[in-house]
Design a protein around this ligand. Structure first.
Ligand code: CA
Length: 320
């Protein structure tokens, strides 16, 4: 009897210990998706979507975007809802994937949403830009209209092909916008970050579905994206010596995630380590429309290629 009691206490202890150890998902107060990390003045910010669909809902319900931040990868501050589709007078709603980038002390939050039917657009997905003087806002519509409307790209027939913006500012100051569902499109941005500077090019890498994340590291340009699509998404990637390609396909870096059809890459180096943010559906009552953001380590090989991401419940360790 005494032994059984000791075993029970040990088991309980282990359970509590493993709960304390488990970090993923990292945000548990609301359902979050589509992580976009940014480092500014020693602090790591993560810009997120917000899933509010009911447990039984058959589709996404995403009203707004939130911001979290940390300085040690362990303790996260929720700054709250910092941008809504209501900020964009031309939008009908749906706060899809987004990324915030800094240029000359201003913060440009590129977002996917949907356009009202008007003289400008017949509706469908569109990309807008919000701007602020601080990484946590307050953000306002930077243009007063969409940067990209569905009509500006015709290579795909569906109305939601113009989603999921990612922005790279190259070392020479030239900024590039990449986006798209079903095909990847890109265009140069003017230094003001709110106007295209040239034509839109379609350049779709192998197995591409959506959610591109483009960045530069040690002289290599990386194009990381969600793939598959008829079955649950994975994350695959390409490398190039130029921001405009040609992109050399390098393979899968993340397999399917538990309990969510989609996943989405957000990659950053912070305090000497490389991190891979993504989402899955593992919070209680979670699922494909009630997702949660996780973070795990990312490792590069000497030739710049990326090792396969190991998804863990433990997440990453505290840093100073
Ligand atoms: Ca289009």
């Amino acid at each position: 009897m005494k032994n059984k009691l000791s075993l029970a206490i040990l088991f309980l202890g282990l359970l509590v210990f493993s709960k304390l150890q488990a970090q993923n998902p990292i945000f548990t107060n609301i359902f979050t998706a589509d992580p976009a990390p940014l480092v500014h003045k020693g602090r790591l910010y993560v810009y997120t979507g917000h899933d509010t669909a009911s447990v039984t809902a058959p589709n996404y319900k995403m009203p707004d975007w939130h911001i979290y931040s940390t300085t040690d990868m362990k303790k996260w501050k929720h700054h709250g809802m910092k941008l809504s589709t209501l900020t964009f007078s031309w939008a009908t709603g749906d706060a899809y994937a987004a990324q915030c980038v800094e240029r000359d002390g201003k913060f440009y939050w590129f977002v996917s949403t949907f356009h009202k039917k008007s003289e400008v657009s017949q509706g469908g997905a569109a990309i807008g830009v919000a701007v602020a003087d601080s990484p946590i806002g307050p953000f306002k519509d930077a243009i007063g209209k969409a940067l990209i409307t569905n009509e500006m790209t015709k290579d795909k027939p569906h109305a939601w092909d113009d989603i999921d913006p990612t922005v790279l500012i190259d070392d020479d100051g030239q900024a590039y916008l990449y986006w798209g569902n079903g095909s990847m499109k890109w265009a140069k941005l003017k230094p003001n970050m709110i106007e295209l500077d040239g034509p839109i090019t379609v350049d779709t890498p192998k197995h591409y579905i959506e959610g591109p994340w483009v960045y530069k590291r040690n002289g290599w340009y990386y194009l990381v994206y969600a793939s598959a699509g008829t079955k649950p998404e994975m994350i695959e990637y390409c490398m190039s010596k130029s921001p405009t390609g040609p992109w050399e396909y390098k393979g899968i870096i993340q397999e399917n995630v538990p309990n969510s059809f989609t996943t989405h890459p957000g990659i950053i180096d912070y305090k000497g380590k490389s991190y891979f943010f993504y989402h899955n559906g593992t919070l209680p009552t979670g699922g494909s429309y009630r997702r949660s953001i996780c973070v795990d380590y990312m490792y590069y090989n000497e030739d710049g290629t990326i090792q396969k991401i190991i998804q863990t419940k433990e997440g990453v360790k505290k840093v100073k």
